[in-house]
Design a protein around this ligand. Structure first.
Ligand SMILES: [Zn+2]
Ligand SMILES: [Zn+2]
Length: 254
């Protein structure tokens, strides 16, 4: 069974067809999906899905690109993270790609999430784009390693991946690793040990080959696993077992 370690089931593209999403997960051998929160006013919907079906888990957090909503505090995140089936804090992190400087507020928000994760004893889901140096610096300054977690939808350098692993984090690859033009990222995925990897869809976005351009969904995570298996010259079963075990270590502390 595969685990989709990161998707957004409360987004409108998927929320209207959760029964279909779950049925297609079952036929594709996807046993678990972690549905990730991006705004505080979305949390209730994310959480409700996790409470409704035992294959779904929830996180709580505010995405680095999210503006205009309720700003999270440590207390608020810790309180919401205490709910049943809420297994992570995020997604949080830094994204210098989409928004122009000054982004001090984004860095402050990232620090708040790391403090909450340490206090709640929950792992972090970290989004990082074009901000490698600051992401690692803040992770170190705030002792993110004490919470652990995952660098999700990883698209940065091998050097950054190794630095995050050094801090106790897992590295998660999305459908991007299946893209033809993703040779550099494929080399990163090949160079990392299987016991530090996770797989995800980041659905509804970034559908893997051969579904590019379609609405992505957790059932498609098997295609990410297939690509990782190819890169590691191993079987897709071995990737399913390793990434499932890694998910339990990362999020269930098993
Ligand atoms: Zn993200
Ligand atoms: Zn996401």
């Amino acid at each position: 069974m595969f685990v989709d370690s990161h998707c957004h089931l409360a987004f409108p593209e998927l929320a209207g067809d959760i029964d279909g999403v779950l049925a297609r997960m079952a036929s594709a051998g996807v046993g678990t999906a972690l549905s990730v929160c991006t705004r505080l006013d979305e949390f209730e919907r994310v959480h409700a899905l996790a409470l409704r079906d035992e294959r779904i888990f929830a996180s709580v957090g505010v995405h680095p690109d999210s503006t205009g909503g309720e700003e999270p505090t440590v207390e608020r995140l810790v309180e919401l993270a205490a709910g049943p089936r809420v297994i992570a804090i995020g997604e949080t992190g830094l994204d210098y790609y989409r928004l122009p400087e000054p982004l001090e507020w984004q860095r402050d928000r990232f620090r708040v999430h790391i403090r909450a994760a340490r206090e709640a004893g929950r792992p972090l889901i970290i989004h990082t784009r074009s901000a490698a140096e600051d992401t690692l610096r803040i992770m170190r300054e705030e002792r993110a390693g004490e919470a652990g977690g995952v660098m999700h939808c990883f698209t940065e350098s091998l050097e950054m991946a190794l630095a995050a692993i050094e801090l106790g984090f897992f590295i998660s690859f999305s459908g991007i690793v299946t893209f033809k033009n993703a040779r550099e990222l494929q080399a990163v995925a090949r160079a990392l040990p299987l016991d530090r990897l996770l797989i995800e869809t980041d659905a509804p976005y970034l559908a893997p080959v051969p579904f590019r351009g379609r609405t992505n969904e957790p059932a498609f995570v098997a295609h990410v696993a297939q690509k990782i298996a190819e890169l590691h010259e191993t079987s897709v079963d071995a990737v399913a077992i390793a990434t499932g075990r890694n998910f339990n270590k990362c999020f269930m502390k098993l």
